[in-house]
Design a binder for this molecule. Structure first.
Ligand code: XBP
Ligand code: MG
Length: 262
């Protein structure tokens, strides 16, 4: 079974967008006259809850469990999240959010080798398009054969739903694709979908448990920069690149990894 597609998580994997999301949440709270403030430590904890609305709901419950009975709770969460999403777009427009090291190189290699690109993200398409534009330019959204998002599926990560949706859109089974994730929750989702999974932790997630991933790297690294041998002893200081990925993926499959169809 040859490698047919690379499926990328978005937030934290393609670019460090969680810093921007966190700022957008805090600006939205202020815009609604709330004295809430998510500092770095609190947001790092709240990131264990995937989905912006679910994250706000989780915070509300932490503050006051009684709000669970508030009849206006859903309306408040929806209003806050809508404001946050608008502010997130404004922040993306004002400041270019650079892609993480090596992401663009690997995407270019894949496209040149007719390996398709896809996205499996908890966030929404309305957030993904401006992020791709900010990081890669307006043409980037056309690089992707499939974009599966949290609002398209019943269960968000760590459930496998969004990766299964991406595989279904690609008409592939899990043995033909590789997933790229930045968080332990995302690795759980990709592995539950049966995918070979490369983890590239970032400052928001580096303390999490990545033991479930097939490969853990500090970043995908630029093609010219060999990865530090310590990052992945099996690579022996080689940089990743598509060819190395294909051989690692094939070795994992021949080792008995069981594909599963979505
Ligand atoms: C990360 C998430 C998202 C973002 C916020 O998504 O969990 O909820 O933090 O975006 P990914 P929304 O799967 O790409 O890592 O507010 O639109 O949910
Ligand atoms: Mg992520």
């Amino acid at each position: 079974m040859s490698l047919q597609a690379l499926i990328f998580d978005v937030d934290g994997t393609i670019a460090d967008t969680e810093t921007v999301h966190c700022e957008a949440f805090n600006q939205a709270f202020r815009a609604h006259g709330l004295d809430w403030h998510w500092d770095r430590q609190l947001y790092g904890e709240l990131l264990q809850v995937t989905g912006g609305k679910e994250r706000i709901a989780s915070y509300l419950e932490r503050r006051d469990a009684a709000t669970l009975n508030d009849p206006h709770r859903a309306q408040l969460i929806a209003a806050l999240h809508a404001t946050k999403t608008t502010l997130y777009h404004e922040l993306l427009e004002r400041a270019e959010v650079r892609a993480r090291p090596g992401v663009r190189d690997l995407m270019n290699e894949a496209l040149a080798a007719n390996v398709r690109l896809a996205i499996a993200s908890t966030t929404s398409v309305e957030n993904i398009v401006p992020l791709l534009t900010s990081s890669f330019g307006p043409e980037a959204v056309h690089w992707f054969s499939a974009i599966a998002t949290g609002d398209m599926v019943r269960r968000k990560k760590p459930a496998p739903d969004v990766y299964q949706a991406a595989l279904a859109l690609l008409h592939l089974d899990s043995a033909s694709a590789i997933a790229f994730e930045d968080s332990a929750i995302g690795v759980q989702a990709a592995k539950a979908a049966g995918l070979y999974t490369v983890a590239t932790p970032n400052p928001w997630t580096e303390s999490q448990d990545f033991s479930g991933a097939d490969l853990v790297l500090s970043s995908l690294s630029e093609a010219a920069e060999p990865l530090a041998a310590a990052a992945e002893p099996r690579l022996g200081g080689q940089y990743l690149g598509l060819e190395r990925l294909v051989s690692l993926h094939a070795a994992a499959l021949s080792g008995g990894a069981r594909p599963c169809r979505s």
